[in-house]
Design a binder for this molecule. Structure first.
Ligand SMILES: NC(=O)c1ccc[n+]([C@@H]2O[C@H](COP(=O)([O-])OP(=O)(O)OC[C@H]3O[C@@H](n4cnc5c(N)ncnc54)[C@H](O)[C@@H]3O)[C@@H](O)[C@H]2O)c1
Length: 449
């Protein structure tokens, strides 16, 4: 069945969700308070990088299933199901900032022209569904009734479209059985399991999922630091321990730690929610503390190698918080870059798609490069800060020829240190158990300038 849907927020989640619902045959109206964004979309430009998205937007606009508007009244009145997919950034003090959710709810309320389902897709603390329902009650025009649903989103930037189309499950927190059936019908074309729960439980599921994944990353980073201290290889440890089906190997990649627009703010918000309810979030606090300290681990390794960083030319590969996205929000790569710049390092930086976004937030002695080998020119070390696939396939000989000194800091554990050593590099990675081998190689560099 075709539904008439409107999407409040045309950011990563809103635009992907709107486009995918259109692709499934629904009529979708996308609204955003950012007029510039809507203007771009109306002129056929997709303002974010997400594999496959631009083509899918164009296809659905052409078929008149997807449109963009700055007119809230128009989108609300034309739809039966209204999604809220606005940002919920971290407020001062760590709580989730619900300003945009409140504003969206009030705008929807003002333009109600009939019975509607309001679906909260933004990641929000438990009881935000109640807040949205209260605001709608307070500001609504006429006596139209609404049902407020929680439908948290689990897509990952970089694979958002395939994640949306092939999710492990759909979580629906609904206030009544009838709304549950309508929402079930909306997602029926995906043919995936649906977890139908109360609104508060659905809100809790999203935070639990993100907090658990972040916990796995901090956990394996702590293990990697310990592997470094005892000469064990964390990759082999993950393979060995993770082959136990109770543990698994997903999200067990040690490195610079997690970033992005979700994990840091969501774990922090959950910590604050727990504190406000009188529950001690001991695990969650440690997850954040360990993550912040991972930048120090790699920064200290770089300082240990060079001593004074003043004037030291270094190439930093990767600026996005993870591969396949241009998103640099809370990027550990940028955090490391800033630390190095403060100490006087001269950075040449590269990222396949995130350079424009990074330019807006990274200042200092930075040379912006569009080619990895150009970034490597005359630098003393290469620092791999984001695990883009293309960095896994670099030509070590060409790099060696470009660099003035052959050192690689593999902050994402994408290389086998032995391979780098064979190519004449000093390979520095945390917890790879090759320490002595690397140090020997370091004493006999092939050609130091
Ligand atoms: N980015 C992800 O990978 C991801 C994944 C799952 C969940 N989430 C959650 O989804 C939500 C949205 O995240 P995002 O990354 O898409 O954010 P975003 O910043 O990319 O997009 C939010 C959009 O909402 C718009 N907006 C703000 N106030 C508005 C209003 N009152 N009416 C209409 N539009 C408004 C903004 O202009 C912006 O375009 C957040 O709660 C986030 O935690 C994000």
């Amino acid at each position: 069945m075709m539904h008439k849907i409107s999407m409040f927020g045309a950011g990563y989640v809103g635009l992907v969700t709107a486009t995918c619902f259109a692709e499934l045959g629904n009529r979708v109206f996308c609204y955003d308070t950012d007029n510039e964004k809507i203007d771009l979309l109306q002129r056929g430009h997709v303002p974010i990088f997400e594999p496959g998205l631009a083509e899918m937007v164009a296809r659905n606009v052409k078929k008149e299933r997807l449109s963009f508007s700055s007119d809230a009244q128009q989108v609300v009145t034309q739809s039966d199901i209204i999604f809220i997919a606005v940002g919920t950034p971290m407020a001062d003090g760590g709580h989730a900032d619900l300003t945009d959710v409140r504003e969206a709810a009030m705008t929807i309320a003002k333009h109600l022209n009939g019975t509607k389902i309001i679906v909260n897709k933004s990641t929000v603390p438990v009881q935000t569904g109640d807040l949205v329902a209260t605001l709608i009650d307070e500001y609504r025009s006429g006596g139209h009734s609404v049902a407020v649903v929680s439908n948290p989103e689990f897509v990952r930037e970089g694979s958002a479209i395939s994640d949306f189309m092939n999710p492990d499950r759909i979580v629906l927190g609904v206030p009544d059985a009838r709304t549950g059936e309508t929402m079930r019908g909306l997602y029926a074309p995906l043919g995936v399991p649906i977890v139908l729960v109360s609104v508060r439980t659905a809100e809790m599921i999203k935070y639990t999922a993100n907090a658990f994944l972040a916990t796995k990353i901090s956990f394996i980073n702590e293990i990697a630091n310990l592997c470094e201290a005892v000469g064990a290889d964390v990759k082999d440890v993950v393979a060995g321990a993770g082959s136990d089906h109770r543990i698994g190997t997903a999200f067990m990649q040690s490195g610079l730690g997690f970033g992005g627009s979700c994990f840091p703010k969501d774990v922090t918000a959950l910590t604050k929610l727990a504190e406000s309810k009188g529950v001690q979030p001991r695990v969650l606090r440690s997850v954040l503390e360990t993550n912040a300290a991972q930048i120090d681990v790699y920064f200290d390794a770089i300082v240990a190698q060079f001593g004074d960083l003043k004037g030291v030319p270094l190439a930093l590969l990767g600026l996005a918080f993870k591969p396949n996205t241009d998103d640099v929000r809370e990027s550990p790569a940028l955090a490391l870059a800033r630390r190095l710049l403060v100490k006087g390092a001269r950075l040449s930086v590269h990222d396949p798609v995130a350079t424009d976004n990074a330019r807006r937030v990274l200042a200092g002695d930075v040379r912006w490069c569009t080619d990895v080998y150009d970034a490597a020119r005359d630098v003393r070390a290469l620092i791999v800060a984001t695990d883009w696939s293309e960095y896994k396939e670099l030509d070590f000989n060409a790099l060696a020829a470009a660099m003035s000194d052959r050192i690689v800091f593999d902050c994402r554990n994408i290389y086998e240190p032995g391979e780098l050593v064979k190519a004449g590099f000093l390979a520095i990675a945390i917890g790879r158990g090759h320490k002595r081998h690397e140090r020997r190689a370091a004493q006999h560099p092939v050609e130091k300038v």
